[in-house]
Design a binder for this molecule. Sequence first.
Ligand SMILES: Cc1cc2nc3c(=O)[nH]c(=O)nc-3n(C[C@H](O)[C@H](O)[C@H](O)COP(=O)(O)OP(=O)(O)OC[C@H]3O[C@@H](n4cnc5c(N)ncnc54)[C@H](O)[C@@H]3O)c2cc1C
Length: 431
Amino acid sequence: MKVEHVPRLRNWGNYPSVPAEVTTVETALEAADFVRENETLIARGNGKCYGDAALGKTVLSTLQLRQILDFDPQNGMINCESGVLLHDILKRVVPFGWFFQVTPGIKNISVGGAIACDVHGKNHPTKGCFSEWLESFELLQSDGSIVHCSKTENKSLFWQTCGGMGWTGVILSARFQLMPIQSLDMRQYAVQAPNLEHLFQAFEQHQHWTYAAAWVDTLAQGAAFGRGVLYLAEHWEVPDEQPMQYPASPQKNVPFYAPSWILNPLSIRIHNAMLFSGAKTAEQKVNLDRYFYPLDRIENWNRMYGRRGFIQYQFCVPERQAFDGMVQILQTIRKSRDMPFLSVLKRHGERPESAINSFPTKGYSLALDFPRTKTIFELVAQLDEIVWQLGGKIYLAKDACSAPKMGRIDPKGFGDPKFSSLLRERISSGK
Ligand SMILES: Cc1cc2nc3c(=O)[nH]c(=O)nc-3n(C[C@H](O)[C@H](O)[C@H](O)COP(=O)(O)OP(=O)(O)OC[C@H]3O[C@@H](n4cnc5c(N)ncnc54)[C@H](O)[C@@H]3O)c2cc1C
């Protein structure tokens, strides 16, 4: 067990930060003792949520719970400790022809984090969230006992924990189903949409593609308002001739925090124009790692937003209101002084009734990265109101400053007060 005093513990958005005592446990027994001894604590995986979810004064890090306990190459079932990173799973399973059924756009996250946020990918309409493929997990509770949770055993606790942001206990290990693949390549096709209407039409027309996500030019005006590029993909169906080895992605690094002026209206406009006109619309073969995890290729890219950090605002709105809602959101942003740098639009499928805490609901979600300026909180408050009126919600994995109601989750309705993060305190206080 290692104890470290961290003067400023942060997640990926670099905002907020908190002085924390981080205890890294190496066994389930150590974790149980730690949980029994502390009045409140929060579990932390790799800190790749954006806002204040994995932050607190007392933190239990799972990163040394990193054993793959069992992997069956015949049926693609894997059982591992909760601190194992998706990246390490890929190295083990890809050579046997397996990949994740559902993966977020980052592989440097832990299995515990994937469950606690019930992460989704670019294939949500067909594959749902991570929980869809999760068979069971072991959960450490506040009295130090360990319970086995599955869709049939301790069912209610199972569903409260998926997307429950760590508020039900510490996930120690999990068993889940992988998906067979034939190749390390993907077949990718891009559709350039000259405005938002065309972009929505493109999503609807290409529903048969398994993977779909679009970049939106949030600054384009007039006839080009809401233009974007929809990227569609399928796994390559012809088996690779060579044995599949998961590639170690070559990494570039942002070595220091960028000065805050780097992201300005002009540089963002130039960046957007390049993304739009540079999109390759012919069908092409792309490497699986490059397709799923493009941002992982640049280490510390979050430093590009400078020391003050950034806010990722991701919301999901029901299908019927989605187009009008996106228009309202983009117009509100245009009127503000704040400009998002990155944006990702995704289409989502139905949320299973039992998945009470999962983020996506049938409709569309948009994720926007804003540098943290003096005025950003004001803008977030305006966006919150629009999303709320549309019957939508925000993704708590990204949240740092939205109104407490926006996750449509009530911390008093489930979980155990012992497992408390800054996020949970903020939402519970109603401020
Ligand atoms: C570049 C980037 C792209 C992303 N893309 C996507 C995406 O496409 N889809 C998506 O859904 N998400 C996405 N995310 C969000 C990310 O997948 C989630 O926030 C994920 O939970 C991070 O995992 P982590 O191990 O870093 O967890 P942390 O950030 O450490 O923790 C996240 C939450 O999980 C809880 N938690 C962690 N481990 C445990 C445990 N063992 N037991 C109980 N609770 C635990 C924490 O308390 C916290 O509430 C992205 C993030 C980044 C930085």
